[in-house]
Write a protein that binds this ligand. Sequence first.
Ligand code: SOE
Length: 397
Amino acid sequence: MTTAKPLRVGMVGYAFMGAAHSHAWRTAPRFFDLPLQPQLTAVAGRNADAARAAADKLGWNSVETDWRRLIERDDIDLIDICTPGDTHAEIAIAALEAGKHVLCEKPLANSVEEAERMTLAAEAAAKQRIMSMCGFSYRRTPALALAKRFVEQGRLGEIRHVRAQYLQDWLSDASAPMTWRLDKSKSGSGSLGDIGAHSIDAAQWVAGQSITGVSALLETFVPERPLAGDLVGLGGHGDLSGDVPRGKVTVDDAAVFSAKFDGGAASTGAIGVFEATRYALGRKNAMRLELNGTKGSLAFDFEDMNVLSFYDAAESPDAGFRRILVTEPEHPYVGNWWPTGHGLGYEHGFTHQVVDLVTAIGEGRQPEPSFADALQVQRVLAAVEASASNSSQWQKV
Ligand code: SOE
């Protein structure tokens, strides 16, 4: 049993992200040596019975029905925010001001104004060694972390092109019901902020360059949807013929945009093409990234997440792309898991996120991505929306 000091966690929300984060808090100390020992102290949810059921299922020691109680409790050191974006700013700022570390799901907030206030609170708290991180967990997929290592080693040379797509298809069916993700007051935006934000963060992080301007197009293909619950059961997949109550979709269904990068350490900034959609029928979670440089290229597709494709111009021209199975012990994070070739999954990115967060807190370092990194993503999201609402005119970030 470890002698490390406990890190007592209070999590807000217990849906898909709450389940993924709970798995990570439980698993990280069992596969990685951490300077602090995470404890699943309390989970907060408005509905007492549902929160109690979630606590039992996900392994939390106690339940609160108001997140403010988590912040008041002196037996909680870190607040983990797994709620829709409309609550991130209020919870994160209150937690930081109360001296609690914060892990906040992506995107950081629903507006640049909120993200700026969160970043100010995070920077003030960091002076007291109270740390914060935004949950762009794809950075912790070993193949993407290896891609970042290749770029840093100069193996691609100067980056000329960034090509990022995040393709899902769960809204292709027009009778799929309304969810909070389709309500701007809750989610802030649709595909753009929910999955496009992952692409923006991963592209900037792997390329080592920041986006400085965009030209964008947003589209909402299905403007109204049946309200969820028992109504969806009518006539199989929702009986659209009847007069079932329907809700207005107030966010984008899909986003496409071009981008200019600042070049980072290079002389000329890369140019990028981005796409985020929930209508790419047949694509389930195809978070893809390709970089073309002057000395090499790399390509990643989350639907084949243990593989990184790499083209090295120094090899013979007919060598083509190499398929690297990212399961060797020297690859990022992999050495703590299984023997070569056994592969990892979606949940491992969240476990690695906890490992890096807890290690940084234990060492008194700023975890990455910081709220400031996430604010840059928020600025890109806002620029995309501004461009799209202004006949796709070029918009500086
Ligand atoms: C839905 O689009 C979703 O659950 C996103 O919210 C997550 O961030 C992504 O990892 C998987 O898809």
